[in-house]
Design a protein around this ligand. Structure first.
Ligand SMILES: Nc1ncnc2c1ncn2[C@@H]1O[C@H](COP(=O)(O)OP(=O)(O)OP(=O)(O)O)[C@@H](O)[C@H]1O
Ligand SMILES: [Mg+2]
Length: 357
């Protein structure tokens, strides 16, 4: 069961969890005695002892009949992601499901444009949770990733207190000023996700752009879901955020970071899946043309290219062909528009040779 830790570190059930929703639905089925678990056991026994019975949808027992099996959670996640505009294969849906159930971050690696960032966005959309994004870059530090003290407000507070005390003829004391309270803390993405009153999705995008020292800043958040502020103490998450880290694999990430995450590699999809993705983004395109586009892109990816076309470039190409009113992929059209897919002169020549057009 999904859970979060309260401020005292005690595990608590997540009120928003899908599992809890299902348990509540079972418990509230009208006309059924006893606790939810008793009901499930009873239903299983009936199923074993009696000949199968079919209940109409509005019958109270229809919800728990052995005939009405609960959907496979992986299929359910795939469906939900599709509803949020993302076509996930079974491996991807499994990792998303497990990450939610175990409360673990997911590290997504893979080539550019294979849907790493989009997966986190779609999970936020499908769960209805706000997305908090930390865009990583070289030189990112604690004050941009975690928190910063609001020096101007602290200074103002100090001046106000000192003025009040000197009017009363007392010694102005810095310790009494209370300038290291939460109200003077400026939250950056990691702390914002930890302090959020509602569960959020945290996207730490392009983590491989961080240097090793900055990468180490993430470890406490990823394993303990907490942030230590020396002047204030430890701020612990009210709700465990769903965390996604993406990486283009430009450098090896530390073992410490990898150990804290579930791992998902997103490579290029099969021709069938890519054609489906194209149709999802460009529904006006015929299924036939979408398949032709995906098949040609797959051939190009097999060539020796500096930068193989990404899924986003396939989708751009499909839009281009739609704008040009193409009903069929011809050699001439391919030659004219190949620069939408390939962005190096040498790749265009190699691509044309590979395709023989
Ligand atoms: N499985 C998918 N279902 C639907 N759309 C997809 C899928 N995979 C990729 N896309 C689309 O491809 C585009 C690129 O995806 P995204 O930006 O997530 O790639 P990325 O892997 O994060 O790339 P980069 O490494 O360059 O940041 C998006 O418009 C996204 O909608
Ligand atoms: Mg990305």
């Amino acid at each position: 069961m999904k859970c979060w830790r309260d401020r005292g570190g005690r595990a608590q059930p997540d009120a928003g969890s899908d599992l809890d929703d299902r348990a509540r639905a079972r418990r509230s089925a009208p006309g059924l005695p006893g606790a939810a678990d008793d009901v499930c056991v009873g239903a299983a026994l009936w199923g074993a002892l009696l000949p199968p019975r079919v209940f109409t949808d509005d019958h109270p027992l229809a919800k728990i009949s052995p005939m009405a099996e609960s959907p496979n959670p992986i299929d359910h996640v795939q469906e939900q992601l599709r509803g949020a505009g993302y076509l996930a294969d079974a491996a991807t849906a499994t990792v998303v499901h497990l990450a939610g159930a175990l409360g673990k971050p997911v590290l997504i690696e893979g080539p550019a444009g294979t849907g790493k960032t989009q997966l986190a966005k779609s999970v936020a959309q499908m769960t209805g949770k706000p997305l908090i994004r930390l865009q990583c870059y070289e030189g990112l530090d604690e004050s941009k990733a975690i928190y910063e003290w609001d020096y101007r407000r602290q200074l103002l507070q100090l001046q106000l207190i000192q003025a009040g005390e000197s009017r009363r003829g007392e010694d102005a004391s810095l310790t009494a000023a209370g300038i290291f309270g939460e109200q003077f803390l400026l939250s950056r993405p990691l702390l914002a996700a930890i302090r959020s009153d509602t569960p959020v999705v945290l996207l730490i995008d392009e983590v491989d752009r961080l240097d090793m020292e900055a990468e180490a800043l993430l470890l406490e958040v990823l394993s303990e879901y907490q942030v230590s502020v020396p002047e204030l103490g430890t701020v612990t998450a009210r709700h465990i955020p769903r965390v996604f880290l993406t990486s283009n694999n430009t450098r090896d990430l530390s073992e410490a970071l990898k150990r804290r995450c579930l791992y998902l590699h997103l490579g290029y999809p099969s021709v069938e899946r890519e054609a489906e993705i194209v149709q999802l983004h460009v529904p006006e395109l015929s299924a036939h043309l979408a398949k032709q586009i995906a098949a040609l892109v797959a051939v190009l990816r097999g060539a020796d290219l500096k930068k193989p076309p990404s899924i986003s470039e396939t989708v751009d190409w499909a839009r281009t062909l739609l704008v040009l009113g193409a009903g069929e992929l011809t050699d001439e059209l391919t030659r004219q528009t190949l620069s939408v897919l390939l962005k190096y002169e040498r790749d265009i020549s190699a691509g044309l040779a590979e395709l023989g057009v």
